[in-house]
Design a binder for this molecule. Structure first.
Ligand code: ADP
Ligand code: MG
Length: 557
């Protein structure tokens, strides 16, 4: 029996489609890129599932994507014989956004179209782009392994709701029929569709076919794209444009990459890696359940998304793929956890990314500044997580400091060290809840007076960072709020020696204070820290920084 159900789009999906239609209007041809990208993913998934269940191919292992159009009916059809979807999968994948972080995402939309577009684009919403050009979309899909009469048809006008009907379909996979909007006839044209495919989808490794236009070949299909794995092609034959388009596919991002590194390694171990640094931080950078990291391929067969063992946490923004020649095809997540091939690919990939960043920092400082704004806070997790590369990571870090007093983090530890006056053997920093609290701290008074630079740390991760990065270039990192400073011989203010006389003069006063504050502090001392403020709180050498104590207090400890 046919079961027709009408279902409402999730409110967020409705809002998203509206936004999408408006912001992508000037770039609407990308709907085809997105549908082809999904079809290619569906073929990858089938090939992977068939590794352990050959029957899923059902005699048809020739995976392909077909694009057809009908000028009279005003439709474009994109078909694949990939994995298809069950009824439940259709409901889960199309019509709902089941991702955590959806709410914050919508709150972060500003109404500025180009900014919003960048955000939308990395949200995994490619499918909805078909409503830019279509006022009705009919998707018929049959899960690999399901019988012909257990297909399902999804249909929507992209307004408020969609319908689901049981259907029959020859062959597995998905057909998507776009009923084009009034005025979108330009797409009902073989030349136009071919040129869009060549422009945006040439790198897709599954063949994309269209009806042949050659005389005598009516009814036959011909392949439009190169249909080879881009990452296996010789590097010098791949254009910048192709690398960029491939990024959009592999990273599910509408935006461009900031940089990439492509490595074809042969030897005792052979593999290829193509790793990208995105331009914009993904909305779920801080979300534990995020997806889309590095894809793992074995001999060009897609194995898994988000192989987290291929990149450490502090480089979790890296996108792309690794294709190994040596791993078994039946490799599982468990095997990856302790596999010597994976360990060495991972170590080499980390070095490649650090190298890419070092080059950017040296040769293109403005680009690096852009990178740092997006991903700096994540990089600061590096020294704690990756002991072996601690020194290299430390050189890549950027901070605010009293040298510029600007909130922009653009001071490197090397810059700091190069400015240290004779006799200074420590790197000073202060941590606080906010940049202005750090910058205006009374602890800095003596440093400012003596012209000694202090790093101003106010990111949440900074306390964690300095607890693991305890020295740089042989110089200890020291908090200006902890312990005895002994700045006597330092800086451009030489008049000071340790002033025992002051201590004596004020002894009575200090004792009195100590009495009054007995429950609050362990000691009251005269200080060389201050020039203008009458007093400040200082922590003992061993105590947790004040900031950390406040955080713990807020958290109810
Ligand atoms: P993304 O590709 O980033 O996941 P999309 O909006 O493009 O986001 O697609 C949403 C989901 O719909 C996909 O993740 C996939 O599960 C499903 N899907 C879309 N197109 C197809 C298809 N042709 N075959 C199978 N599943 C598909
Ligand atoms: Mg997609």
């Amino acid at each position: 029996e046919t079961q027709k159900e009408t279902m409402e789009f999730q409110a967020e999906v409705r809002q998203l489609m509206k936004l999408m239609i408006h912001s992508l209007y000037s770039n609407k041809e990308i709907f085809l890129r997105e549908l082809i990208s999904n079809a290619s993913d569906a073929c990858d998934k089938l090939r992977f599932e068939a590794l352990s269940n050959d029957a899923l191919y059902d005699g048809d292992s020739d995976l392909k994507i077909r694009v057809n159009f009908d000028k009279e009916a005003r439709t474009i059809t994109v078909s694949d014989n990939g994995v298809g979807m069950s009824r439940d999968e259709v409901v889960d994948n199309i019509g709902t956004i089941a991702k955590s972080g959806t709410k914050q995402f919508f709150e972060s939309l500003t109404g500025d179209q180009s900014h919003d577009l960048e955000l939308i684009g990395q949200f995994g919403v490619g499918f909805y782009s078909c409503f830019i050009v279509a006022d009705k979309v009919t998707l018929t899909t049959r899960r690999a392994g399901a019988p012909a009469d257990q297909a399902v048809q999804w249909e929507s006008d992209g307004e408020g709701s969609y319908s689901l009907t049981n259907a029959a379909k020859d062959g597995r996979g998905t057909d998507i029929v776009l009923h084009m909007r009034e005025g979108e006839d330009e797409f009902l044209d073989a030349w136009r569709l071919r040129s869009i495919i060549t422009r945006y989808s040439d790198h897709i490794s599954i063949p994309i076919e269209m009806p042949s236009q050659e005389e005598g070949k009516e009814g036959e299909y011909e392949v439009i794209n190169s249909a080879s794995a881009l990452w296996k092609r010789p590097k010098k034959e791949i254009s910048e444009e192709e690398y960029k388009e491939f990024y959009k596919h592999v990273a599910h991002d509408f935006g461009e990459p900031l940089a990439w590194t492509h490595n074809q390694v042969e030897g005792t171990q052979s593999y290829t890696s193509l790793l990208y640094i995105p331009k914009t931080a993904p909305f779920d950078l801080w979300d534990r359940d995020r997806r889309h990291g590095i894809k793992l391929y074995v001999r060009r067969v897609f194995i898994m998304d988000d192989a987290e063992h291929l990149m450490p946490q502090y480089l979790r923004f890296v996108r792309g793929l690794v294709d190994s020649d040596d791993l078994p095809l039946n490799v599982s997540r468990e095997i990856l956890q302790q596999n010597k091939f994976i360990d060495s690919i991972r170590a080499a990939s980390v070095k490649k990314i650090l190298g890419l960043l070092e080059k950017m920092a040296n040769n293109e400082p403005e680009k690096y500044a852009e990178f740092w704004k997006q991903f700096g806070q994540v990089m600061k997790e590096g020294p704690a997580e990756d002991f072996a590369n601690r020194e290299r990571i430390a050189k890549l870090l950027r901070f605010s400091s009293t040298y510029t007093d600007s909130e922009e983090q653009n001071v490197s530890l090397e810059d700091y060290v190069s400015r240290m006056p004779d006799g200074q053997d420590k790197i000073y920093y202060i941590t606080a809840d906010s940049f202005s609290a750090a910058k205006n701290s009374p602890h800095l008074e003596v440093f400012r007076k003596k012209g000694i630079e202090v790093l101003l740390l106010s990111d949440r991760v900074d306390e964690w960072l300095v607890s693991h990065l305890t020295e740089f270039d042989g110089k200890p990192l020291v908090s200006v709020a902890k312990g005895d400073l002994d700045l006597g011989k330092l800086g451009n203010d030489k008049e000071e020696k340790k002033d025992d006389k002051a201590e004596e003069d004020y002894k009575a006063f200090l004792d009195k204070l100590k009495d009054v504050l007995a429950d609050e502090v362990s000691e009251v001392r005269s200080s060389q820290r201050l020039t203008d403020s009458p007093s400040c709180l200082v922590l003992g050498e061993q105590e947790m920084a004040m900031h950390m104590q406040q955080l713990l207090k807020q958290a109810g400890h």
